[in-house]
Design a protein around this ligand. Sequence first.
Ligand SMILES: O=C[C@H](O)COP(=O)(O)O
Length: 219
Amino acid sequence: MSAPSTGSPSQSTAEAIRSTRLVAILRGPDAEHLAAGAEALVDEGVRVLEFPIAGPEILSVVSTVAARLGSAAHIGAGTVRTVADARRALDAGANFLVAPSLSIPVIDYARQRDIAVVPGVFTPTEIDAATQAGAEVVKLFPASSHTPKFLRQLHAPLPDAGIMPTGTITRDDAHAWLNAGAVALGVGSDLTGDSLTTGDLTPLRAAARDWLLLVTASP
Ligand SMILES: O=C[C@H](O)COP(=O)(O)O
């Protein structure tokens, strides 16, 4: 199975995020477990993965996973706060960038490299600034400090913003966010549980199947 490959690389990733509606966030101390977890998620049908870069070892996981999975998935580097972070992530083979915060220089750099970037935003001003700077999808973070009602109210004044709530999103509240207009959800713990620590991928596979059904069924 191949990742969508229409248009430019940045458009392809943005389309994949919008069409699959799920960005899986993989964190953990063990590089082999992270890589195995990524392969299991892709095997279950997840197409967009993010690895928050907590150190050089995570960049090596990005390299390994990007090489192993090829076009089967979009591999993102998370926690990209600076242009230097972005350069290192792309050199490691990341297909797109995610950040907890808004950096216009990082957006500009990603656009120069034709790579999708999902900046972190919290306020209408930040959402609009990121969207106008060229981010097709923005990460509403931490979403647990907002509500689906907040998201719904943004649509009339900011209709072109592609908002992806992230941060403690669970299967219990996913439908409410999607119904409120979220283009996708960024999901870590509720998807991976402790599988990336223990190495037992059975719960992760079951959660992936749950999540894929849920995002497909939501309006
Ligand atoms: O970047 C955001 C968080 O890492 C999301 O993870 P979480 O779903 O476990 O809160």
